[in-house]
Write a protein that binds this ligand. Structure first.
Ligand SMILES: [Zn+2]
Length: 208
């Protein structure tokens, strides 16, 4: 085993997660960029209807405009994770600015009653040395994904049919979705049905 793979395994076990265990019959739904009052509400209604728990990576700047929706996320038993305050590209900001982005978002989440705020999903999925340094120093975990639903690009019935045709699911899968997608309800119900049809249940990142 080369040096690189040892480092990768060390990091992926402790600080960066791309998927759950393939040995457990569970998968994970994650929603980025919220809250969006209307769409996040639709997602929460759907999750409630199917009794599914999920993880929301929220933007602090949107949280301060919609505390109510975030409080609902938390009250209904979902995880609220950190997606920075302004969704800034981390390769364009200093270490100090990066820390401020994470801390300000964390502050808004705590104000909404979040208990688990140690999960970070960087905007655009970008990882760099500053971010790793921050996570190591502050005991945060980076939560990435194994399945990008590319949901924000789905804007027609044809595209949603194409998504369904290509859809696959494996134990441990972490799905990347976004609160503001046009067909989020349809996609969500599809993923839930497919997972359950294969005997897979849904867990939150904090249950990992
Ligand atoms: Zn994002």
């Amino acid at each position: 085993m080369g040096k690189r793979s040892v480092l990768y395994r060390y990091l992926s076990n402790r600080f960066i997660l791309f998927s759950g265990s393939s040995k457990r019959r569970e998968v994970f739904l994650t929603f980025d960029d919220g809250p969006f009052p209307e769409n996040t509400g639709i997602i929460l209604d759907t999750l409630k209807k199917y009794d599914v728990k999920a993880t929301f990576f929220l933007s602090g700047g949107s949280v301060v405009n919609d505390f109510k929706t975030v409080e609902r996320i938390i009250q209904e038993g979902h995880d609220a994770g950190n997606h920075f305050f302004d969704h800034k590209r981390i390769d364009r900001i200093s270490y100090r600015e990066l820390s401020q982005q994470i801390l300000s978002c964390e502050k808004t989440l705590l104000e909404c009653g979040a208990r688990q705020v140690d999960f970070i999903r960087p905007p655009y999925g970008t990882i760099n040395v500053n971010l790793l340094r921050y996570c190591l120093a502050n005991k945060k975990r980076l939560i990435m994904w194994s399945y990008d639903c590319k949901d924000t690009f789905i804007k027609s019935e044809d595209e949603i049919e194409c998504f369904k045709k290509k859809f696959t699911i494996e134990p441990g899968e972490i799905f990347l979705l976004h609160d503001d997608s046009m067909y989020i309800k349809d996609m969500l119900e599809w993923i839930i049905r497919e997972a359950r049809g294969r005997g897979l249940s849904f867990s939150k990142i904090s249950e990992l």
